[in-house]
Write a protein that binds this ligand. Structure first.
Ligand SMILES: Nc1ncnc2c1ncn2[C@@H]1O[C@H](COP(=O)(O)OP(=O)(O)O)[C@@H](O)[C@H]1O
Ligand SMILES: [Mg+2]
Length: 708
């Protein structure tokens, strides 16, 4: 006998099941889609223990006859298509005839169903893929599918399931998508006996959005309505004060089917260029309506990915509809990007001009940027600004698709590091008043000086100092030349106050006493020069503050005496998040309370009542948004422990609370940061590897100047 054999029916089914059903959430998605295809107006989803022990989906759709019930659980058995030609224009959500076969082969399933025209309903029972029988059953019109003991017969798959709370969150997210894509259906979701979602089913998308995301979110939306070459766009986008730190708030539906589409995402984000800071993502609930023949949903078993016969009209329909909605909403004129493109033409300098002020590239860029700021509507909501990014770029749909969607040459060129975000935007720079205050520090950043203040040109080249041996870290690792925000503020005059014994500090890690040092001054509003013994330190003030905050908060976390310094706020800060992000914050409650926060989790909001000592209230919203984003991202990685995931998130969140480079702070603020930093055992690096301070030995300088 040869080596190759056809797999048994059971094994083949188990393999196929893995593709469609990998966790309770995917089973729920399939069962809800069946209910929608059956014309249901009410769908109720109930789960227990994240869906692993029980899932029940009840609908009032068309139901099935006793004769059809055993067919429903057969592979490749469907009532939705008949032949290959039907694949070209699918209008139902299901069509593969695989879902019930897959789910029933890895669980214990019962289906109770009754058609309107029948007097009595029927029930089918399957256990681990084996059909036990079909019997008469008294039930109302419609269908109820009960799934118990998911993956009981496939331990390998069960092992991959996450904690019940995480699985329940994933189910919740899928139920929410169905509710958003079908506002005409009343959707209820009950998890472990608690009603989590209850939509009106009144056909109004806004009511569904309200039910899913809450009042604040629903109040900050701009409606969408547009049509381009037969592609219809409808739904909502968030205003620029309704943004997220990741893409979790973006839901795209094609013909009311939830999909992940790079084209749609890219078009949305490109339309938001200049309306949002670089590290923020727009939110949307968007339906893309087009002839089913123009889109192939048969790309992936889970039907999440789609293929457009032509991406361009889809991109353009989204881009123009969103852009128009934004422009109308803010009432600002369309940006004339041509006029804003920096020219970078260097004026030729003749000898006779040598004493005249030279119009440098830097000044040109700043001036251009100022024009952009004036034209761009300020982003409300007091978000912090990003470091200035290269000037805004407007590109055509073709360019965009080839660069970012189909992964053409230069695909990574404009993406911001790490995130893969496909938009290379110019971050609109917020007025200095939006800047968060320095943690622990009393004073606001200093007011910016008048326009005619001369701009210090940045170093064109790294300084050619030393042989590199004594400079740590080396040049290549040093941060790029700083760019002061909008306008430069007056430099802090060289400060000759000697610092000796620092005051005592609450954080365990920061109590050390450093040898005396002297702050010499600050350059580019970013780097503080410190002299200490036989060495000089160039300290990145933002990185230093970030590290101090991180060390303090981490020290809080390690305290076992629960005596963490926490400050109660006069008014709680409400942070709007996605419901699954709120769930994630809740699941890290112990750690977040450990560092000094006190908070209450509501459906789409975290209400923060107290925060760690030393953190400014203005940083709380950004910190929680960062925690939510980072924890959600990190938790999916099985290699990382929860502690590691939290520490990484804590580091990112510390960044949000730190003073910013390129901005002017009072000498006291700067002195505070240096003082705290100098107490740390090793000041040159932060724990995540970013340089904080660069050390130059006196003898290196002496050597450079040929003194020895
Ligand atoms: N809730 C339901 N109401 C009515 N019919 C259903 C329901 N769920 C499943 N069915 C029937 O069972 C068939 C198989 O379902 P499924 O395995 O999900 O495949 P598909 O949805 O791809 O056709 C469907 O084609 C449909 O006829
Ligand atoms: Mg189906």
């Amino acid at each position: 006998m040869g080596n190759i054999q056809v797999l048994s029916f059971e094994v083949a089914n188990l393999i196929a099941a893995g593709e469609v059903v990998d966790r309770p959430a995917s089973a729920i998605k399939e069962m809800m889609e069946n209910a929608i295809d059956a014309g249901a107006r009410h769908i109720t989803v109930e789960i227990q223990s994240g869906g692993v022990s029980l899932m029940r989906v009840t609908d009032d759709g068309c139901g099935m006859s006793a004769e059809d019930l055993p067919m429903a659980i057969r592979r490749h058995a469907t009532s939705k298509i008949r032949d290959a030609a039907d694949l070209d224009g699918i209008i139902t959500l299901g069509f593969r005839g695989e879902a019930l076969a897959a789910i029933s082969s890895v669980s214990d399933m019962r289906i109770m169903s009754k058609r309107r025209e029948d007097d009595v309903g029927s029930m089918l029972e399957v256990r681990g893929g084996t059909l036990l029988g079909v019997s008469e059953f008294g039930c109302g019109n419609g269908t109820t599918v009960i799934v118990e003991h998911l993956f009981a017969n496939v331990p390998a798959r069960r092992k991959f399931l996450k904690r019940d709370a995480t699985e329940a969150m994933a189910v919740g997210a899928n139920v929410e998508r169905v509710a958003l894509s079908h506002p005409e259906i009343a959707v209820r979701f009950i998890s472990d006996g608690v009603l989590k979602l209850d939509t009106a089913g009144d056909g109004q998308l806004k009511s569904a959005v309200y039910a899913v995301y809450g009042r604040d979110f629903a109040a900050r939306l701009i409606p969408l309505a547009g049509e381009f070459e037969g592609v219809e766009i409808s739904g909502f986008i968030g205003r620029s004060d309704n943004v997220r730190a990741n893409r979790n708030g973006q839901s795209f539906f094609i013909n009311h089917r939830y999909v992940k589409s790079r084209t749609a995402q890219a078009a949305l984000e490109q339309a938001f260029v200049s309306y949002l800071p670089a590290e923020k993502y727009p939110v949307c609930v968007m339906n893309i309506g087009l002839n089913p023949a123009r889109v192939d949903v048969n790309v992936h078993p889970a039907k999440l990915e789609v293929k457009f016969s032509n991406e361009k009209p889809v991109f353009e329909a989204i881009y123009y509809t969103v852009r128009q909605a934004l422009e109308q909403d803010t009432g600002r004129p369309a940006l004339k990007t041509e006029a804003l493109k920096p020219t970078f033409a260097k004026p030729s300098v003749r000898l006779s001009d040598a004493t005249a002020p030279i119009e440098t590239e830097r000044q040109e860029t700043l001036r251009q940027r100022q024009v952009t700021i004036e034209q761009a509507a300020p982003v409300s909501g007091g978000r912090t600004s990003a470091d200035p990014k290269p000037p805004q770029e407007r590109i055509t749909a073709e360019e965009y698709i080839s660069r970012y969607v189909t992964g053409g040459a230069g695909g990574s060129a404009g993406r911001s590091a790490g995130e893969g975000r496909p938009v290379p935007p110019q971050a609109p720079i917020l007025p200095a008043s939006a800047a968060p205050q320095a943690a622990s520090l009393p004073a606001e950043p200093l007011p910016v000086p008048p326009d005619d203040m001369p701009v210090p040109p940045p170093p064109e080249e790294p300084p050619a100092w030393s042989d590199g041996r004594d400079v740590s870290p080396d040049e290549s690792a040093s941060p790029p030349a700083p760019e002061p925000q909008e306008e430069p503020a007056p430099q802090i005059p060289p400060d000759a106050v000697p610092h000796t014994e620092p005051d005592s500090d609450p954080a365990a890690d920061l109590t050390a006493v450093s040898p005396p040092y002297r702050i010499v001054g600050e350059v580019f509003f970013s780097y503080v020069i410190v002299e200490q013994g036989e060495r000089m330190l160039l300290i990145d003030k933002h990185a230093a503050h970030e590290r101090i905050i991180f060390e303090q908060l981490r020290a809080n976390l390690r305290r076992r005496d629960y005596a963490v310094d926490s400050q109660l706020m006069l008014l709680p800060v409400e942070v709007m998040l996605m419901s699954d992000e709120v769930g994630m914050i809740e699941s890290y409650r112990k750690q977040l309370e450990g560092i000094g926060f006190t908070f209450t989790c509501l459906r789409n909001t975290v209400r923060v009542d107290a925060l760690p000592a030393g953190i400014e209230t203005s940083a709380v919203a950004d910190m929680f948004a960062t925690f939510a984003a980072q924890l959600t991202e990190g938790t999916g990685d099985p290699k990382l422990t929860r502690d590691t995931v939290f520490e990484k998130a804590l580091f990112q969140a510390s960044c949000k609370a730190a003073i910013k480079a390129g901005r002017n702070y009072s000498p006291e603020q700067t002195a505070y940061v240096v003082d705290q930093l100098m107490r740390l055992p090793d000041v040159t690096f932060c724990p995540h590897g970013r340089p904080v301070a660069m050390e130059i030995k006196k003898r290196t300088l002496d050597h450079q100047f040929e003194r020895c």
